[in-house]
Design a protein around this ligand. Structure first.
Ligand code: BGC
Length: 814
């Protein structure tokens, strides 16, 4: 819609109507304004699926692989198709704005939200994010680039003040957002954190570079409850305070405008941006003809399955993979994650998948009728109990699989009751007079022994199992973080000995006091198996099989929004499990199910090592495709993996006196490893397919042009299978007048080639890869001179080098 038309609409509104638009009407909706033809807009997290407005396990969604997996594909076409799937999901749920992608970086391997961010590298992050944005917006749904900016870890995330040197801020942390704006993103979310002393909803960075230098014409949405002031945030280029209706804007902002503290044209600009967003997503003017999303479950599942294989990173393979159906008679599938994988990370990104395939399901389906599959979980993970669900318990009133939710008044009378499928209740029905929520279930313990139960949430909690009170007490809210309060509150636990097969009633109650959040959890875990016996059983099963796959990973909650990780070690006895299985079965494939890096002390002992990230709903189907060679493991590492946390050059996530200093400047990820002269376990960009390649020739033009230059790399498929190779190009500048990364990723392209064939791959290196930010000029500059151009398979495996001359004044406008 043209600006003139938008201005005419703005003029139709009085001040109070305009200001009202700038705060959410509800948790997920913006306000409507019929006078301007504006309808409500619905927002939803993102980015691994579109949950819709309800946090309800009965409202299911397609679950995509997590962001680290998407970046590991190094495949913009596929990312764009997945974005289009998100748009389709959004439309089917009436959602106009998807709150993703997350464009923060893997600065420290301990970052708790690593799984939701793409990579350690700004170029790979920017390109993957831009592809996803194009896909989402192609469906008439807005994408939201978040969290602007430098929200790269979770410790004290609401208050942390990130101090990042100006050059690193522009070259590294802002760069993916610039790519998002170039891709035409319609919304940007300002973070909770501060940068350089200004909280992001008040930050001058919203005006410049976002709106001024880059020309972003969409709306800046706050992270949930991140607007904490009236005048400073309104004067900054913050446009919309979410959620609502309570906010620091609203009436207070109206008074501030009337008092002359915020000029009305500032308000008009925000309203204009909101109207523009509405026009883009079909929420302005005559209602658009309904655009029902076509649900094509078969195609959706096929696409998600393809993405699992395309993102799986094969780190090592000693001629163990792929397996041949028919050649294996007995397959040992070991590990708790094989039957109960982590399909997604924790926090606001969570969705309730429509359908899931575990690794065990996928392997069984692939081998049905041709081989025996034996599963054993191995030693326990010492993990927290997880929410009860319809697979484990029955509704005490109806006997159906699931639980009973009752909402009670102060006197304990039932006001409302319904059948639920999960002990993770995030949105109780808010009936008038509601005082207590109660979740109850009948559990038939499959094993006898000491069970652990939990009740989660804030306020007065009570947990009764088999008539015994295990928890009772007051647990006041300890944080303002919405991801903790409303999504993942702490649990209080109690233990009780149960007899196998004898049903017991489990009841959790939480009083609904003000400000205690919405979440109530009821969790349970069986007694862990005897570790020595479970390990011995795993070894026996592996020994007796032709091949073994052992699936290990992080546990629920250890990689989650709202907190950082404390260790990269796999929890429980999983390291001992892999080592013992590998020692007895040389044809062992270790599969790692985590969102971010973990330590792999046994990595040289296994036959093959495969990373599957948080693979989404088709986890097992895609994994089986890779194991049996129906698809190549297509992934390349989006992040450098350390041997041990202690080796990683940048790890700190804990602020000191409220300040987190990015003292390493632009040297994060592989740049940091190169600068430190250390060898990681696996370099950024590394990943094997099922064929082999030689990189034979590189050619660059003598001189870079105003748009950069294109490198030609000749690669040959030297193996026996058709495969896909990701050719990566890095730059270095040995005689630079100032400090630079040892080398940096400048471009990449993928090629598919048949065995024995040579192919030329053209990798474009954009002009942005040649520029640097000058803190003196506060602007981009390009240093003239000779640059080295390196091509190869990872940041640590670059066999081809050439040079290019860069002349003065490369960038437009200079
Ligand atoms: C998260 C955002 C999310 C929002 C709404 C916040 O706590 O940081 O990423 O979009 O909640 O759920």
């Amino acid at each position: 819609m043209e600006d003139d038309e938008l201005n005419r609409l703005v003029d139709k509104l009085n001040l109070a109507q305009k200001v009202e638009l700038l705060t959410g009407a509800t948790t997920w909706r913006t306000a409507a304004q019929p006078a301007a033809g504006l309808r409500e807009m619905v927002m939803s997290d993102g980015p691994a699926g579109v949950r819709g407005e309800a946090w309800d396990e009965r409202r299911t969604s397609a679950l995509l692989p997590a962001a680290t997996a998407l970046a590991a594909m190094w495949d913009e076409d596929l990312a764009q198709r997945l974005g289009a799937l998100l748009a389709q999901e959004a439309r089917s749920k009436g959602v106009h704005v998807v709150l993703g992608p997350t464009l923060n970086l893997h600065r420290s391997p301990l970052g708790g939200r690593h799984f939701e961010c793409f990579s350690e590298d700004p170029e790979l992050t920017g390109r993957t994010g831009a592809a996803l944005i194009r896909g989402i917006q192609s469906g008439g749904v807005a994408a939201t680039a978040k969290h602007y900016v430098a929200n790269d870890s979770e410790t004290d995330r609401l208050t942390v003040d990130v101090r990042v040197p100006e050059r690193a801020l522009h070259e590294v942390y802002l760069a993916p957002f610039e790519a998002a704006v170039e891709a035409g993103v319609w919304a940007v979310m300002s973070g909770y954190n501060a940068v350089g002393g200004a909280t992001m909803t008040e930050s001058p960075l919203l005006a410049d570079p976002l709106k001024e230098r880059w020309g972003f014409d969409g709306a800046v949405v706050s992270d949930w409850a991140a607007v904490r002031s009236t005048v400073p945030s309104a004067l900054a280029a913050q446009d919309l305070a979410m959620p609502g209706p309570e906010s620091a804007w609203g009436e207070a902002l109206l008074r501030a405008v009337r008092a002359g503290e915020v000029p009305e044209p500032v308000i008009d600009d925000k309203v204009r941006r909101l109207l523009r967003l509405a026009a883009r997503v079909g929420a302005l003017g005559d209602p658009e003809p309904a655009r029902p999303a076509r649900h094509r479950p078969r195609q959706t599942r096929a696409l998600l399955r393809r993405a699992v294989a395309a993102s799986a990173v094969l780190l090592t393979n000693h001629d163990v993979l792929p397996w041949t159906v028919g050649a294996v008679q007995t397959v040992a599938v070991i590990g708790a994650h094989a039957a109960r994988p982590r399909l997604q990370g924790g926090g606001s990104a969570g969705v309730f998948p429509r359908h899931t395939v575990t690794p065990l399901d996928g392997i069984r389906a692939a081998l049905r009728g041709t081989a025996e599959v034996i599963h054993t979980p191995g030693p326990g993970l010492v993990e927290q109990p997880w929410p009860l669900d319809a697979d484990r318990c029955d509704d005490p009133r109806t006997g159906e699989p699931g639980l009973r939710l009752r909402v009670l008044d102060r006197a304990g009378h039932e006001l409302y009751a319904e059948h639920r499928l999960s002990g993770r209740l995030l949105e109780p029905a808010l009936v008038p007079g509601a005082h207590t929520v109660e979740l109850s279930a009948v559990l038939r313990p499959a094993v006898g022994g000491e069970w652990t139960f939990g009740v989660g949430g804030f306020g007065h909690l009570e947990l009764v199992v088999d008539g015994r009170q295990l928890v009772a007490g007051e647990y006041p809210r300890t944080t303002d973080d919405p991801a903790v309060v409303h999504v993942g509150p702490p649990c209080r636990h109690g233990r009780i000995v149960l007899r196998a097969g004898r049903p017991v009633e489990v009841v959790a109650r939480r009083t609904l006091e003000p400000d205690t959040g919405r979440a109530t959890l009821l969790t349970a875990a069986p007694p862990p198996p005897d570790p020595a016996a479970a390990l011995a059983r795993a070894v026996d099963v592996a020994r007796a099989a032709d091949v073994a796959v052992v699936v290990v990973g992080t546990t629920e909650g250890s990689e989650s929004e709202g907190h950082d990780r404390l260790t990269l070690a796999l929890p429980g006895d999983q390291d001992a499990l892999v080592a013992a299985v590998a020692a007895t079965q040389p044809r062992t494939v270790a599969v790692v199910n985590s969102g971010g890096p973990v330590e792999l002390p046994w990595r040289d002992e296994v036959g093959a090592l495969l990373l599957t990230w948080f693979p989404g709903q088709e986890a097992g189907a895609g994994l089986a495709d890779v194991l049996f060679g129906r698809a190549e493991p297509g992934g390349r590492l989006p992040t450098t993996w350390a041997d041990r946390l202690a080796d990683a050059p940048v790890t700190r996530t804990r602020p000191e006196d409220g300040v987190l200093a990015y003292g390493e400047g632009p040297h994060i990820g592989h740049r940091a490893w190169l600068r430190a002269g250390r060898e990681p376990a696996y370099w950024f960009g590394h990943g094997l397919g099922y064929t082999t390649w030689s990189h034979d020739e590189i050619e660059a033009p003598p001189q870079a042009g105003p748009d950069g230059f294109t490198v030609r790399v000749t690669v040959r498929n030297t193996g026996a299978r058709t495969g896909r190779e990701v050719v990566q190009v890095y730059l270095s500048r040995p005689d630079s007048a100032f400090e630079r990364p040892v080398r940096w990723l400048a471009g990449y392209a993928a090629v598919t080639a048949h065995p024995g064939t040579s192919t030329d791959v053209r990798v474009h290196v954009p002009a942005r890869a040649l520029r640097h930010w000058s803190p003196d000029a506060h602007d981009w500059r390009t240093e003239p001179g000779t640059y080295r151009v390196h091509a190869g398979r990872s940041a640590g495996d670059l066999t081809l080098t050439t040079e290019i001359e860069v002349m003065l004044c490369q960038e437009a406008g200079e």
